[in-house]
Design a protein around this ligand. Structure first.
Ligand code: HEC
Length: 105
């Protein structure tokens, strides 16, 4: 009986350990792809306002971190940061446009 319990326990641990934490498509669902991101100046300006207000609640504006990485590298960061900053989907669109404009090309 004990053996069965131990085997069951190990099985449960293995299932938990092997479940991916965040699916790779989670970022795609939230942050626009480079081909879809808005390039309108109005949206970029709105994004800058969000970047310099909502994103600085926790840390200084990450201008250098943005400028030194490509948009593709920054998308997963943006996905988690947008959640942290509790941005609306409209704000996500705007801040993505700003980051796209300022990311490493
Ligand atoms: C709830 C707190 C919080 C909010 C709000 C937040 N961040 Fe962050 N951010 C962090 C923490 C913690 C780190 C990691 C430590 C650090 O670099 O300060 C980080 C790191 C970063 C980095 C650096 C990642 C790297 O590759 O070095 C970037 C870029 C960034 N944040 C962008 C943003 C943007 C854009 C927003 C607004 C949409 C935002 N953050 C809002 C907490 C936050």
């Amino acid at each position: 009986m004990k053996k069965i319990l131990i085997v069951a326990y190990i099985g449960v641990i293995a299932i938990i350990a092997c479940t991916p934490k965040a699916s790779p498509t989670a970022t795609d669902a939230i942050i626009p792809l480079a081909t879809e991101v808005s390039t309108s100046q109005e949206t970029i300006n709105a994004g800058q306002v969000i970047f310099t207000t909502k994103c600085t609640k926790c840390h200084k504006a990450k201008d250098k971190a943005v400028a030194s990485q490509t948009y593709e590298e920054l998308r997963p960061v943006l996905a988690s940061m947008s959640k942290k900053a509790r941005l609306s989907s409209e704000e996500v669109k705007q801040v993505s446009a700003y980051v796209f404009e300022n990311a490493k090309k």
